[in-house]
Design a protein around this ligand. Structure first.
Ligand code: FAD
Length: 525
C-alpha cells in the first residue's frame, strides 16, 4: 500500500511536470500506477453541442472518490501547476463546459454506480444515495423497482446526477417541486483542494450551497442523496393548442397555480409542419391538428401546452375527471386538446424516443447551438417578439420550449443565477431555443457561426432590456461572466477562493482562467 502511494505520488509529479512543460511528453498510452491516467480520447474532447473540441492531455477514470482526491490534492499542492481538471458527466454540454484544454478530464461514469435506497416510514423521507456519475435513467429504473422515484427531473434522462446538479436541473415538475438542486439532501464533494467532504444544509452548508448550480467550479460531486417520492404507475399526458401567445401563457400560469391537481407543465412553439411532426413522435395520441402555417412572408405560428397528471392507480383519484376539471378552465383552440395515458417510465423517458428517431435519420450527432434563458414574466412577450423577429419559422430546425417556473421553489443560497428584475414576481419563464444545425444540410462552419452570433445578440439584448439570465450559460469572456452574476459575483468569487483557490476546476466554463490569481475579487470590470 505504502509503495503504491509513493508510486502514485511520483507518477503525479511526473505528470504535473509533463503538463507544465512547453514540450508535450504525454502523447502515448501510459499508466500512472493506481491512478491510471490514460491518454486522451475523442469523447473527452467533445460534447453534445459539437461546437468546441478542446483536447485534454490525459483522462482519469476514477474507481473511487479517493482517486479524484489524490489527483486534486497533488495539483493544489503544486504552486507551479497550470494543470486544470474538468469532471465529465455524460458530456451533454453545448459549449465545452466539461472539457479541459491540455488538462485532465475526469470521466465520472467510471465510478461504481451502485445505488443505496432508504425507504422512509411515517414522517420520514425516502431517498437514494447515488454516485455523481450515474445517469438519471439508471436511478429511475432502479427506484421504480421499489415503487419510488425522484420528484424533479430534466426532460432527457441520459444526463448524470453530478452534471445536472452543477447547473440546476429543470423540467415540467420544477414549478411544483423546484429544480433538482432543491431536491437533494446531501452531497459528497471532492473540493479543488482535494478534500472529500460530506455536506448538507446542516453540515458544511457553504460548500453544499456552492456546488449546487456551481458549474463545477468548487468541487466534484462524487455522491448525492436524492429525495424520492412514491411513483405513480401511469400519467395522463395532455396537449392543447393555441394561436395566441397571451392566451397560451395565461393558461400555463393557471396550470402552475394548481399544484394539487397538476404534476407537470411545459409548452412549446409550433413553428412549422416539421416542428409539429417531430414534437408528436413520443406523444402516442392521434393528434388531428392541421393548422394553416401561412406563407413565408406572412407566417402563422401556434403554441402547445403540455401538462400531466399522475395516476396512482392504488389511490381513489379519477384522473379523467381531474383533467376534465382543469381543461374546463383553459382557453385553447376549441376541440384541440388531446390526451393519452402512458406509463410513468415512458412519460419521463419521452425524449429518448425522439433521440432514437433523430439518430435513425442521422440528425442527432449534428451541431446544437442551443440557448436557454430565464426570463422575468414582465418580459416574456417582448422576448417572444425578439425571438420571432430573428428567426424564420419556415426553416427553423429544432424545438423552442417555453414554460413558467415559480421563484419560491428556488433556494437563493445556491450558486444558480436567476433574473434580478421581477424578483418580487412569483413567476418567471424558462425558454429553451434548442436548435439543430446539420452540416450535411448546408449548415457547416459559416452558418453555425452565424447562428451562434445570433444567439449571443439575442441573449445580450434580452439581458440588457428585459433582465433575462442565461441558464446553462456560456460567456466567451470573464467580463461576460461578471455581468452574468451581477450582484452575486462577490459570493461566487469568494466561494472559488475558498474551495478551489488555484482555479483548477471547471476550465471549460471560462469563468476563472487559470493563472488569474486575485481575479476572483472583481478585477474584470
Ligand atoms: P456534462 O456536460 O458532462 O458537464 C456539465 C458541467 O458540469 C461541466 O462544467 C462539468 O465539468 C460539470 N460536472 C459534470 N459532472 C460533475 C460532477 N460530478 N461534479 C461537479 N461538476 C460536474 N437541462 C435541464 O436542466 N433540463 C432539461 O430538460 C434538459 N434537457 C436536456 C436535453 C438534452 C438532449 C441535452 C443534451 C441536455 C439537456 N439539458 C437539460 C442540459 C443538461 O442538464 C446539461 O447539459 C448538463 O450539464 C448535462 O449533464 P452531463 O452529465 O452531460 O454534464
Amino acid at each position: 500500500m505504502e509503495i503504491a502511494m509513493v508510486c502514485t505520488r511520483v507518477n503525479l509529479l511526473i505528470l504535473i511536470l509533463s503538463l507544465c512543460s512547453p514540450y508535450k511528453f504525454i502523447q502515448s498510452p501510459m499508466d500512472f500506477g493506481p491512478l491510471n491516467l490514460l491518454p486522451t480520447t475523442t469523447t473527452a474532447s467533445s460534447d453534445f453541442g459539437r461546437i468546441l473540441f478542446h483536447a485534454p492531455s490525459a483522462v482519469l477514470k476514477p474507481q473511487a472518490p479517493r482517486d479524484i482526491s489524490l489527483l486534486l490534492s497533488f495539483l493544489s499542492a503544486s504552486p507551479l501547476g497550470k494543470v486544470t481538471v474538468a469532471a465529465r458527466g455524460a458530456g451533454h454540454s453545448i459549449h465545452g463546459q466539461a472539457q479541459a484544454l491540455d488538462g485532465i478530464v475526469v470521466e465520472m461514469s467510471s465510478l461504481p454506480s451502485e445505488i443505496e435506497f432508504h425507504r422512509g416510514g411515517e414522517g420520514d423521507v425516502s431517498y437514494a444515495d447515488v454516485s455523481g456519475g450515474t445517469m438519471w435513467i439508471e436511478l429511475l429504473e432502479q427506484s421504480l423497482k421499489l415503487g419510488l422515484a425522484p420528484r424533479s427531473w430534466t426532460d432527457y434522462l441520459y444526463l448524470t446526477i453530478g452534471g445536472t446538479l452543477s447547473n440546476a436541473g429543470i423540467s415540467g415538475q420544477t414549478f411544483k417541486h423546484g429544480p433538482q438542486i432543491s431536491n437533494v439532501l446531501q452531497l459528497e464533494v471532492v473540493t479543488g483542494r482535494g478534500v472529500i467532504v460530506t455536506c448538507s444544509p446542516t453540515k458544511d452548508a457553504e460548500l453544499f450551497n456552492a456546488v449546487r448550480g456551481g458549474l463545477g467550479q468548487f468541487g466534484i460531486i462524487t455522491r448525492a442523496r436524492i429525495l424520492l417520492q412514491e411513483a405513480p404507475q401511469k400519467v395522463k399526458w395532455v396537449r392543447a393548442f393555441y394561436d395566441d401567445f397571451g392566451t397560451f401563457t395565461k393558461d400555463q400560469e393557471l396550470l402552475v397555480s394548481l399544484p394539487d391537481l397538476v404534476d407537470y407543465v411545459e409548452g412549446f412553439i409550433v413553428l412549422n409542419e416539421q416542428s409539429l411532426h417531430s414534437s408528436s413522435i413520443a406523444f402516442p395520441a392521434n393528434v388531428n391538428f392541421n393548422p394553416d402555417f401561412g406563407t413565408k412572408n406572412s407566417p402563422k405560428i401556434y403554441y402547445c401546452i403540455e401538462f400531466a397528471v399522475h395516476d396512482y392507480q392504488n389511490k381513489n383519484i379519477n384522473v379523467e375527471q381531474v383533467v376534465e376539471v382543469i381543461s374546463r378552465q383553459m382557453s385553447h383552440i376549441v376541440s384541440h386538446l388531446y390526451s393519452v395515458e402512458v406509463s410513468y417510465f415512458d412519460f419521463l423517458n419521452r425524449v429518448r424516443m425522439e433521440e432514437m428517431s433523430l439518430r435513425n435519420s442521422g440528425l442527432w450527432e449534428v451541431h446544437h447551438p442551443w440557448l436557454n434563458m430565464f426570463v422575468p414574466r414582465a418580459g416574456i412577450n417582448d422576448f417572444r417578439d425578439l425571438l420571432m423577429d430573428s428567426i424564420s419559422p419556415d426553416n427553423f430546425e429544432g424545438l423552442i420550449l417555453i414554460y413558467p417556473l415559480l421563484r419560491h421553489k428556488w433556494d437563493t443560497n445556491t450558486s444558480v443565477v436567476l433574473p434580478d428584475s421581477g424578483s418580487t414576481d412569483p413567476v418567471m419563464y424558462a425558454v429553451g431555443i434548442l436548435r439543430s444545425a446539420n452540416p450535411d444540410d448546408g449548415c457547416s462552419h459559416h452558418c453555425l457561426q452565424e447562428l451562434l452570433h445570433h444567439h449571443r445578440c439575442l441573449a445580450a439584448t434580452a439581458a440588457t432590456n428585459l433582465g433575462a439570465k442565461q441558464y446553462l450559460a456560456h460567456h466567451p469572456s470573464p467580463v461576460g461572466w461578471h455581468r452574468h452574476f451581477g450582484g452575486w459575483w462577490e459570493r461566487f468569487a469568494e466561494r472559488k477562493t475558498r474551495f478551489d483557490p488555484l482555479s483548477i476546476l471547471g476550465p471549460g466554463q471560462g469563468i476563472f482562467p487559470k493563472g488569474s490569481y486575485g481575479a476572483a475579487y472583481g478585477s474584470y470590470s
